[in-house]
Every structure is written in structure tokens, then in C-alpha cells.
Design a protein around this ligand. Sequence first.
Ligand code: CA
Length: 227
Amino acid sequence: MASNSRARKGGSRYFVIYTAIIIIVAVGLFVINQQSGKNEGNKSFESAPSTVAQPVMGEAEAKVSIVEFGDYKCPSCKTWGETVWPLLKAEYVDSGLATFSYINTLFHGEESRIGALASEAVLKLYPDQFWDFHKALFDAQPTGHDGAWLTEELVLETAKALVPELDEAQLKETMAAEEASSLVNLDTTLVNQFNVRFTPTIMINDVQIENPFDLESIRAAIAQELE
Ligand code: CA
């Protein structure tokens, strides 16, 4: 009787220990899975966004296309451009492994539209200065963006600082022309096609990255496309 009860006690003690071990292993596997399964929230589409009529930086033959859906009025886009983008540029674009394109996403009303039209007009008139203008426009974004700042005057000033021989009237006309509007509309078509819900949204070929600030997830997606 006594020895039976001791055996039962011993058995239940082992049961507790085994259960504890199983729980510890399960939790460990879950943590490892959370850390290594970085692509789980990424979404695959049938194709990469078309970069026809878009600004493209880098080697045209690169296997990977990095596309940012961005908005000059968006504070996170400014932050992304200052933190994640320089690393991606150095690792993949400057080395010829990837191209980079920017697609206008108009999530902040009229100011987004002014920035987008300016970006399309500068791309058409001064393509060599496009990326400098793109960066300068984000640099001009004040911290705490609630007030209006993205005005036609500001984009003209910003462009003029980069292109001393700039023809202001021509830039204004190009921004107001139907061609600029249809280019912005083309961007909006892509925004809808790829179901873009927030800016910046980053795509690596046909893969939409869940968290644009998760550098490791972006690197993993690029590595997969380079294989
Ligand atoms: Ca565009």
C-alpha cells in the first residue's frame, strides 16, 4: 500500500517534470519560430509592381526590384528614408543587386498631390536631379506635420536650390499639365492594385513586406529573390 502510493507519487512527479519540459520546449520553439519566421506576415502578389514610367535607381538588369509606395507628406516615409533606405541602398542598389523605385501614394490630401505632381514634373524635366529632389522634399518635411507645409512655393524653392538654371514657369506648367496628372493616376492605380494601406509600403519583387522597418525581413526577402 505504502509502496504503491510512493510509486503513484513518483509517477505524478515524473508527469509534472515531463509536462514542464514539453511546455519549455514548446515555448522555446515558438520563440525561435517567431524570430526566424519573419516572412510570415509578408504578402505575395502575382507580379512585382510595374516600374514603367517610374523613377528607377540602379542597374536595370538587377534581379530584384525594391519599390516604395510613399508620400512626401508622410512622417514615417521620411523616417524610413533616413533609417532603412540608406542601408538598403548601400547593400543592394549601389552593388547592382537591386533597383529602387518610388510610387506616389496620396494618403494626405492636397499636399500629397502637390508633392506627387512636383515629383512627376521634376522626373520629366530634370531626370538627373530627380533623386536629389526626392530626398530634398523629405528633408523639407518639418517634424510634427499637422500644419500645411507642402505648398507649390516650397516645391519650387526646393527644386530651385538643386537646379540653379531651373525654369520656374516651365516647372509650374509641367505640374499643372495633364501628363503629370495621368502619371499620378497611374501611381494610384498601382496603389489600388497592390492594396497599399499604409505608407511607406515596401515591395521586394512581388512580395509586400509586412513591416517596412523590419530590415531583417527585407533582407530575407531580397536573399530569397536573389537565390
Ligand atoms: Ca510615378
